[in-house]
Design a protein around this ligand. Structure first.
Ligand SMILES: [Ca+2]
Ligand SMILES: [Ca+2]
Ligand SMILES: [Ca+2]
Length: 332
């Protein structure tokens, strides 16, 4: 056992050089902070290695327990490699146009969206019913850059994070489905624990701004084109409305796939009626409507539902058969 640890330690020593330039990671409970100085950085890797060399693998004591990366109550060599991965993930340039993460062998990419101002909603699409949820158009300013998933969350990513992915239309590269708001929150929380990055659902405004192409918007009718067939799987081009592998149609101006069509996407806001007043960083978490908001249309949707401004809803806490999610986190 000792021999194994020493061998692994020498491999880790090679990695130490790579890690020397890494920015420290600060956090509320300072995950990875083995020496309890309030910061997770390279010295915590050496603290952990020393701990393993002197005490061997086993039950951790107080400060070292912050570096029990897999939360199994023991410090083992796998916590050292997890800590190194964690520090490496945080070392990526914080203003990179894309950031790619690997979770249990599954890669996914997040695309940076620059802050900006846009007109949210649309007055020209008139829906039947006693009020139009897309109206009134109003000015929205998003003050913070953010990252949003290049694709919908796939079944393989869901499984890599949660251990299983029970849903319909089974295919590793299809969007996860049969999920509702609470499953999305659990997924984000688990992924945040694994990465130390605060993954969350995009706000409804962040979602719409990104679907419209952000500051690179060319004002297309759908997300990335005026021709829906180029960018979306929807009811006119799918086989019995079956979900399709993500990123198999053209992306939008930001390089995002399937913002129109494939699976509906749950956003962070609960449904509310727009006002015409300009707003800054809107997020409606009150459950006054008892409805969750889903965006972008699906393989069973008519073209209108694939507009970036279109809003549909689910009853609070329910799940949709053609409903998935897209990840987001605030840039920092
Ligand atoms: Ca530390
Ligand atoms: Ca552990
Ligand atoms: Ca979609």
């Amino acid at each position: 056992m000792k021999h194994q640890i020493l061998l692994s330690s020498s491999r880790i020593a090679m990695l130490l050089c790579m890690l020397l330039s890494i920015m420290p990671v600060y956090g509320a409970y300072t995950r990875g902070d083995a020496n309890n100085d309030g910061v997770a950085n390279i010295t915590d890797v050496t603290t952990l290695i020393n701990y393993l060399l002197h005490d061997g693998e086993g039950t951790s004591y107080y400060s070292v327990s912050y570096a029990d990366m897999d939360r199994d109550g023991k410090i083992t060599i796998s916590d050292v490699t997890s800590l190194i991965n964690y520090l490496l993930m945080h070392s990526a340039s914080s203003d990179a146009p894309t950031r790619t993460f690997t979770i249990n062998g599954v890669k996914f990419t997040m695309v940076r969206v620059e802050a900006g101002t846009f007109t949210m909603g649309c007055d020209t699409v008139v829906l039947s019913g006693y009020f139009n949820p897309l109206s009134p158009e109003h000015q929205v300013t998003l003050t913070k850059d953010y990252y949003i998933g290049q694709t919908e969350v796939t079944q393989e990513l869901w499984k890599a994070v949660m251990g299983s992915a029970d849903c319909a239309y089974a295919n590793p590269l299809n969007p996860m489905n049969m999920i509702g708001y609470s499953e999305c929150e659990r997924f984000c929380n688990t992924l945040s624990e694994l990465t130390g990055i605060e993954f969350r659902l995009p706000t409804e405004a962040e979602w719409e701004f990104a679907a419209r192409g952000g500051n690179k918007s060319r004002g297309y009718r759908y997300s990335g084109s005026d021709n829906l067939d180029e960018v979306a799987w929807y009811r006119d081009n799918t086989d019995s409305y079956m979900l399709c592998p993500v990123a198999t149609k053209a992306p939008n101006e930001l390089g995002l796939y399937d913002m129109s069509g494939n699976a509906w996407e749950i956003v962070a806001d609960h449904f509310y009626i727009y006002s015409s007043d300009p707003v800054i960083d809107p997020l409606h978490l009150e459950y006054d409507s008892q409805r969750d908001v889903i965006r972008g249309g699906s393989t069973a949707s008519h073209a209108t539902e694939c507009y970036p401004c279109y809003r549909s809803t689910l009853t609070m806490g329910s799940w949709g058969a053609l409903t998935t999610m897209r990840l987001a986190f605030t840039a920092y």
